[in-house]
Unconditional design. Structure first.
Length: 61
């Protein structure tokens, strides 16, 4: 849960934060996350759909 909280904070702290998070997860987990324009605009709302999918695939624990 702490990791998820850090990722959420990072997505709001930096301009392009969600792109950085997607790159970081892709690099470490070997996945291919595509970020859509609406996800860039509302990163925390996008996390509601992305996090369960990433957990199911094993990209994040």
């Amino acid at each position: 849960m702490l990791s998820i909280a850090r990722l959420a904070k990072a997505s709001l702290t930096y301009a392009g934060g969600i792109d950085y998070l997607a790159w970081k997860i892709n690099r470490h987990a070997g996945t291919r996350i595509e970020i859509k324009p609406w996800q860039r605009r509302w990163p925390l709302v996008a996390a509601i759909t992305l996090v369960p999918r990433l957990m199911k695939s094993g990209a994040i624990r």
